[in-house]
Design a protein around this ligand. Structure first.
Ligand code: NI
Length: 189
């Protein structure tokens, strides 16, 4: 493929991406879906696995959920509300690692964390479902990434949720891995 063809393809793809952007009701459904997935998995694993660290410094499942909660407050629902209430606001950054340490989620009960998350997520689903087309274009400035629209934040929310769901599922995989015996070889390829 020539450079020009690749460029044209990329532009076409961008147009397709734009056309296929998820709508607020669709995002609301996906936010609800993540909450269901996380709740089901965390209720299914034994307590030792929920608090297990795959490697020193890596988050346990409870810390990953704590991070989703803080990201929701500060980054997603929090930013959407700021963007709806102010014109072209400057958005703040937050120290994800320091906040995770302050929360001490490893010491908390799974049920307690899930309750905190469920309340927050319910409010987020309501917020997202209420967004109008005009709301999606409201924007502000973020010191790190620049111009940021409500729509950008909303689409990234779906992306970010799934990053950390994958992280939680990977913890479960790492936990069972040493006990798979010769069945480990099925994962070789
Ligand atoms: Ni994250």
């Amino acid at each position: 493929m020539t450079g020009r063809a690749i460029g044209a393809y990329a532009r076409e793809n961008e147009m397709l991406d734009e056309a296929a952007a998820l709508t607020p009701p669709q995002v609301a459904e996906l936010l609800r879906s993540t909450a269901t997935t996380i709740s089901a998995e965390l209720r299914a694993v034994p307590a030792v696995l929920a608090g297990w660290h795959p490697a020193p410094g890596e988050w346990c499942m409870k810390e990953a959920l704590g991070h989703i909660i803080e990201a929701e407050r500060r980054g997603f629902a929090g930013r959407v509300r700021i963007l709806l209430q102010h014109d072209q606001p400057d958005l703040a950054t937050w120290d994800q690692v320091a906040i995770a340490q302050q929360r001490r989620d490893c010491q908390r009960e799974v049920a307690d964390l899930l309750r905190e998350f469920a309340e927050l997520r319910d409010a987020s689903v309501t917020l997202v479902a209420s967004l109008s087309v005009a709301d999606l274009e409201r924007a502000g400035n973020h010191p790190q990434v620049g111009y940021l629209r409500v729509n950008d934040v909303m689409q990234e929310w779906v992306h970010h949720d799934r990053n950390h769901v994958r992280q939680m599922l990977a913890n479960v995989q790492s936990f069972v891995w040493p006990h798979m015996g010769s069945a480990q070889r099925f994962s070789d390829d």
